[in-house]
Design a protein around this ligand. Structure first.
Ligand code: CA
Length: 224
């Protein structure tokens, strides 16, 4: 999962990034409205943490513009302002959740997970897919109580495809969501396919996986 952090208070941003990185998120940090909008135009994020008081404007501007573009990114507004009006305004503009500073990082992580999950139409952190039970937050997959030993990347790929069930996910999208900034990676490389192949092999040990489709020259789709 990749998260854009829009926060001008460097120490807080650093704290959030350290914590979320340890919890398996890919984080990108920007400190003003202009860079946030630019970043949203270039990359696709699963979630955005949005501060309201930014040096070049109000975070609500960013929220408004992102929602106008019908962008699916889950947005959590984080702010020192705790006033009811701000909360209502944020939710009306399409924020998915609201956190008032100071907050516990564990609460942020839990809320972040919940908004991403809800955004993709799941109600709990445990998802069953053709006999496999995925515990999203704990990086665990079992089949008939038997745990699968997947690498972190294999888990991330599986999780991302499952969260986007019934949609074709391109190699580029997978790369972006599982490895981070695509510009830093060699786009010619077939490393995504290698990881997917390994994941397939591991799943096939348990059951037939004809629901895990390879869409030729495009990407992959998990049909549920
Ligand atoms: Ca601020």
């Amino acid at each position: 999962m990749n998260v854009l952090i829009v926060e001008d208070y460097k120490e807080l941003a650093k704290e959030i990034i350290d914590f979320l990185s340890k919890n398996g998120y890919l984080c990108k940090w920007v400190s003003n409205c202009k860079d946030a909008l630019e970043e949203m135009g270039v990359n696709t994020y699963d979630a955005m943490l949005l501060d309201l008081g930014l040096p070049d404007g109000d975070g609500f501007q960013v929220l408004k513009s992102v929602r106008k573009q019908q962008c699916k990114t889950a947005v959590i507004v984080i702010t020192a302002r705790g006033e009811l009006d701000d909360k209502i305004n944020g939710l009306e503009l399409g924020a998915d959740d609201y956190l008032t500073k100071p907050f516990a990082l564990t609460e942020l992580a839990a809320r972040l997970y919940a908004v991403i999950r809800r955004m993709n139409g799941f109600v709990t952190n445990e998802i069953e897919v053709h006999g496999f039970k995925i515990q999203l937050q704990d990086y665990k997959i079992t089949f008939d109580e038997t745990p699968l030993s997947l690498t972190k990347k294999e888990f991330d790929i599986f999780q991302y495809l499952v969260l986007n069930k019934n949609r074709v996910i391109t190699r580029l999208q997978l790369t972006e969501h599982v490895w981070g900034d695509i510009l830093e990676l060699n786009s010619d490389s077939n490393f995504v396919d290698v990881h997917v192949r390994n994941l397939r092999k591991k799943l096939e040990k348990f059951t037939k996986i004809d629901w895990f489709e390879t869409v030729r020259n495009v990407g992959y789709r998990i049909n549920i």
